[in-house]
Design a protein around this ligand. Structure first.
Ligand code: IPE
Ligand code: IPE
Ligand code: MG
Length: 258
């Protein structure tokens, strides 16, 4: 590396203020984040787990803002999995309440920023109030053309695939589609993320290195980054470092260069 390029790389790595678009090699179109580590953060601070989740929503706000500032097209956030119902009633209800609080405090700003909200997952199992709030947020922002913000709630990738298979089966049964015409695109079109680009960069905080049933189909060729930072401690600077790591990855899609 030339001295000047090295100096620029070093000064960017040390820079703690949020970066701007021109300070990245290349940016992903679609970032997916598994926001993990709220429980461990709470434990570390001798707090109730719900305090960890609440602190996590502060990170969430900052990360959404920065994603929007950078002009990234799609941000998918894993907020509640189909498996998270297995947690204590107290924790589940704290998460449900946080959901309401988050939308109450953020929806005006998100809408004003032209953000389009889409909920990934089955709203059917959620309490009525939550279901209505989520539907309202989607409806209110459906014609917005800025950042596409996907929030996965009661989401499981396998359940999403089952849904897609069922929908396509009905089309085959009705004669609208022939079995031999089913292709990868058609499957994509029946996922919650229909019409959106695949995930380019997947970030999972807290050091865990697994997908936990998140966007399995959409992550087929995603680059993975696993920062060892608990979600409530994850800063915009840490996010910039993950985006920067993406910019230096060599994506091959099975091919060979040169
Ligand atoms: C992620 O944090 C948030 C949700 C699953 C809702 P966790 O609550 O899983 O945090 P850890 O993994 O216990 O630290
Ligand atoms: C995945 O995290 C779900 C969310 C972040 C919402 P979990 O903490 O629930 O996943 P596991 O249990 O560690 O795989
Ligand atoms: Mg966890």
């Amino acid at each position: 590396m030339k001295v000047k390029a090295w100096k620029t790389a070093m000064s960017l790595a040390l820079k703690k203020t949020p970066r701007t678009v021109s300070e990245f090699e290349k940016l992903p179109e679609h970032v997916a984040i598994i926001m993990d580590g709220n429980g461990r953060w709470a434990k570390k601070h001798h707090l109730n787990v719900s305090k960890g989740h609440r602190q996590g929503t502060e990170t969430l706000r900052e990360i959404i803002r920065h994603t929007d500032d950078l002009g990234i097209k799609v941000l998918s956030l894993y907020a509640f999995s189909t498996e998270n119902w297995n947690r204590s009633e107290e924790e589940v209800s704290a998460l449900m309440q946080l959901m309401l609080d988050f939308f109450a405090s953020e929806i005006d700003e998100l809408d004003a920023k032209n953000v389009r909200i889409l909920i990934l997952g089955d709203k059917g199992r959620l309490p009525e109030k939550q279901r209505e709030t989520l539907k309202e947020a989607e409806k209110r922002t459906e014609s917005n053309t800025g950042l596409r913000l996907n929030i996965a709630i009661n989401y499981g990738s396998r359940a999403e695939m089952v849904k897609a298979v069922r929908e396509i089966s009905v089309l085959v049964k009705n004669g609208a589609v022939r079995a031999e015409d089913i292709d990868e695109q058609m499957i994509s079109d029946h996922l919650y993320t229909a019409g959106q680009p695949d995930v380019d960069l997947l970030i999972r905080t807290s050091g865990e290195q697994r997908l936990s049933n998140f966007l399995l189909y959409q992550n087929a060729y995603a680059e993975f980054v696993f920062p060892e930072i608990l979600w409530p401690d994850f800063s915009v600077h840490d996010y910039d470092l993950a985006l920067d790591a993406y910019g230096h990855r060599d994506r091959r899609y099975g091919g060979r260069k040169g």
